[in-house]
Design a protein around this ligand. Structure first.
Ligand SMILES: Cc1cc2nc3c(=O)[nH]c(=O)nc-3n(C[C@H](O)[C@H](O)[C@H](O)COP(=O)(O)O)c2cc1C
Length: 182
């Protein structure tokens, strides 16, 4: 059975991105399993001096789980037209891990935002970051969930059209991740 690791860029209790992430198992092709990675809130601010003393346990754990997964799905808000600092910081830590768990990894980006563009600008900044990590980022179809506050009800992604788009994207991502298996 294939496994996808899921990383959420928001740490907010009522996060719309977390709501999208929670919907993924229901929308994925049958037989897919999911591993929700540790909250980015648990990563200390990146510090090379701290790294020299040994990677924090949360970094080791996250890196190992990304390495093991067949694909990684990052679901993130857009902050000030870019990637939230907490997510960038967590990615920075994992990028320093010697085994380079993101290299050659199939990665899917999703975003949800209260604005009409659905976090599109954060997605393109995240793509740029993932170039240096040598990740294999899935291209199309893209999922940018705009006006998320109108599509999520009591923490559940209820909008049928959005659920349909995501299901279609996950089907295509399953084929993409499969193509990386030799
Ligand atoms: C610091 C900050 C910056 C934001 N910048 C943007 C932005 O550039 N574009 C956007 O669409 N929404 C922006 N928002 C609004 C977010 O889309 C909204 O807070 C969203 O609910 C965050 O995702 P979450 O629900 O998963 O926490 C910003 C919110 C914060 C707190």
């Amino acid at each position: 059975m294939a496994t996808w690791a899921v990383w959420v860029g928001s740490v907010r209790k009522g996060s719309y991105n977390a709501a999208v992430a929670r919907a993924l198992p229901e929308l994925a092709p049958e037989g897919m399993s999911f591993d929700v990675l540790p909250s980015v809130a648990g990563f200390p601010i990146y510090d090379a001096d701290l790294q020299e003393q040994g990677f924090p346990a949360v970094v080791e754990d996250t890196a190992a789980r990304i390495a093991k997964a067949d694909g990684l799905i990052i679901v993130t808000p857009e902050y000030n037209y870019s990637v939230p600092g907490g997510l960038k910081n967590a990615i920075d830590w994992v990028s320093r891990f010697p085994s380079k768990p993101m290299a050659q990894k199939a990665v899917l980006i999703q975003s949800a935002s209260m604005g009409v563009f659905g976090g599109a600008r954060a997605q393109y900044h995240l793509r740029q970051i993932l170039v240096f990590l040598d990740a294999r980022v899935f291209n199309v179809p893209e999922v940018m969930v705009g006006r998320a506050q109108t599509l999520v009800t009591d923490g559940t992604l209820t909008d049928e059209a959005t659920r349909g788009f995501i299901a279609g994207q996950l089907k295509a991502f399953a084929a993409f991740t499969e193509s990386f298996k030799s």
